[in-house]
Ligand binder design. Structure first.
Ligand code: 4AD
Length: 561
């Protein structure tokens, strides 16, 4: 029998094999591995030769080896038991009882009339808890949340107590109103008589619940947007968004404004070349649209007043909380109106839409969950001229950074930005605008901006030329916490004035021939506006950033997922 080597200093019990090159560390391990009759050689010091162990050390090593043996036996038994239990659970085959009444398949938000009936619900496990042998499962199907109770064999199948959330399931059972004093979503509970897993979700490191929480960094949340959408807040914002859009559509229908769907691929700019996304279009230059305004204008003689809900694109390098590279633009254009009519119409559409949302119990509930203190704004909206706003800012000590010719802030010797008062002609910056509207704390129509800070198509205000300064019939609607949500204006109706506008902005009129033609073939006084849906939603739902108000937001550098 070959001797088994034990080196009490340098040997290793876990990886040793007992030969001279890989000795064990303890006599007990050597006996445990090779049996009590093994021929042992031991040394205490690498400098000494191996020798027979003493009788007393063999005696105590034998005792330890027996302990190890028992432990190993127990571990084996436990493992076998666990495998057997798992097999048993997997083998719990649930079969739907054909003698029970046929179940009605229904979405969760349509369950109330089906109380006391057998129903079939399909969805995703949102939350799960086990209590006294019962499993309480909250299931979500996008339309709502339903609490289901699993008892007896049903609570054992599929390892139900540890079922990972986000697993998709089918549940069948009796729907019962919850007893008085107890609460459950919808006021009822499903007493399950049959269920099955449709698609399992992972547990462990990949479990949905470990992927993100309130303290997860925004970058990770942005990459996981497809899963974040499943959370209660994100889905509430998006449900409200959907209801907001349908409320707007109803308001437009009531105001006799027709929906149209203008193109996204265009060859003209509306709001200046600096924010255009350019692309190669069969060898020609084309852009993603910045605004559908010019196309809406062409619809007036054909369809009357029109609106659209269209994506607009802006190559904005601004990483602010209210800028997106792609946003949903609600735009409308109205014929034969005055500037006052335009502002009155914007206010009416917005207020009708808000009233409709607050009159509907579902959207009302969504608003109060997201924005507890939301109140419909008082009307009429405040109207503040641009010139008065400049005065207001100066009276309230709200300054702006002095800029060089390229628009970069000028700094003093200490590297601090030099702050100066506003003067007529300044483009009021986002920060100043927000401070003003937050302070006034109600919607403000800011109107009458100077011609040189506005687009080529804006109509000049009649008789507005003061001290060499020419103003336009333009307005921005500002909301507290968000700032500008709407930008609108009356449009130049005279062909010569429009040509001068192209010239002032250095625009080649030829690609705009179709837009110019509107003035040639029966012009009319007209105006319109664009409302940023994400900004408007951020205002109603009290979201910090417009990024939360878009399904898959895009901003500088981000187009994933
Ligand atoms: O003020 P803007 O640039 O006006 C226009 O595009 C006009 N042609 C619209 C029209 O008269 N039909 O944009 C209108 C609104 C803004 O008030 C803002 O709410 C939103 O569109 N908006 C943006 N929202 C998110 N990210 C951006 N980068 C946005 N740019 C504009």
């Amino acid at each position: 029998m070959a001797p088994i080597y034990v080196d009490l200093v340098e040997g290793k019990d876990e990886t040793g094999t007992g030969d001279q090159n890989t000795p064990y560390r303890s006599l007990a391990q050597a006996l445990f591995k090779h049996g009590e009759d093994a021929d042992l050689l031991v040394r205490k010091d690498a400098a000494e030769p191996y020798d027979k162990p003493t009788k007393s050390s063999i005696k105590s090593a034998k005792k330890d080896a027996q302990g190890k043996m028992k432990k190993a036996q127990k571990a084996l038994e436990n493992k076998e038991k666990a495998v057997a239990v798992a097999k048993e659970k997997a083998a719990i085959e649930l079969v739907e009882d054909p003698s029970l009444p046929a179940a009605v398949k229904a979405k969760i938000n349509r369950l109330t009339p089906l109380r006391s009936k057998r129903v079939r619900v399909l969805g995703w496990v949102h939350r799960l808890r086990s209590q006294k042998g019962l499993i309480f499962m909250v299931v979500r199907d996008g339309t709502g949340y339903l609490q289901a109770v699993l008892a007896g064999k049903l609570s054992q199948a599929y390892d139900a107590p540890t079922l990972p959330t986000e697993t998709s399931v089918e549940l069948v059972g009796n729907l019962q109103a919850v007893p008085e004093g107890k609460t459950a979503p919808g006021g009822h509970e499903l007493s399950v008589d049959y269920w099955r897993v449709i698609g399992a979700a992972p547990g462990g490191d990949d479990a949905f619940t470990t992927l993100f929480n309130e303290s997860t960094k925004p970058d990770i949340l942005n990459d996981l947007r497809h899963l974040v959408l499943r959370s209660e807040t994100a889905s509430s914002v998006l449900k409200l968004r959907s209801m907001l859009l349908s409320s707007f559509r109803q308001s437009y229908a009531e105001h006799n404004v027709l929906e149209v769907t203008p193109p996204c691929l265009v060859q003209t700019s509306v709001e200046g070349g600096a924010t255009l996304f350019k692309l190669d279009y069969y060898g020609q230059d084309a852009y993603l649209t910045q605004s559908s305004q010019l196309y809406l204008e062409t619809c007036l003689p054909s369809l009357g007043d029109v609106f659209c809900v269209q994506e607009s694109f802006r190559a904005e390098k601004s990483l602010t909380r209210r800028h997106l590279s792609e946003f949903t633009h609600l735009e409308a254009e109205l014929a034969f109106i005055s500037f006052d009519d335009l502002m009155t119409h914007i206010e009416a559409i917005i207020c009708d839409t808000i009233d409709r949302l607050l009159a509907n119990p579902i959207s009302k509930e969504l608003i109060s969950t997201l924005n507890e203190n939301y109140k419909a704004p008082s009307r009429p909206f405040m109207r503040l001229s641009y010139v008065d706003a400049i005065k207001w800012l100066n009276d309230h000590g709200i300054q702006h950074a002095k800029e060089d010719a390229e628009g970069n802030p000028i700094k003093d010797e200490d590297g601090k930005e030099i702050m100066v008062d506003h003067v007529v002609g300044d483009d009021i910056a986002e920060a100043a605008e927000r401070r003003m509207v937050d302070e006034i704390n109600r919607p403000i129509f800011l109107y009458g901006f100077p011609v040189e800070i506005k687009s080529f198509y804006m109509k000049k205000a009649p008789g507005s030329s003061k001290g060499g300064q020419v103003f336009t019939e333009s307005c921005d609607l500002l909301m507290p916490n968000v700032g500008e949500v709407v930008g609108g204006s009356m449009r130049i109706s005279d062909v010569d004035e429009l040509m001068a506008g192209y010239k002032r902005e250095g625009i080649d009129p030829s690609p705009y021939y179709w837009f110019t033609d509107q003035r040639k073939y029966g012009t009319c006084e007209h105006g319109g506006y664009g409302l940023g849906v994400e900004r408007f939603l951020a205002w109603i739902a009290n979201r910090y950033t417009v990024r939360e108000c878009s399904l898959y937001p895009r901003w500088t550098g981000r187009a994933t997922p």
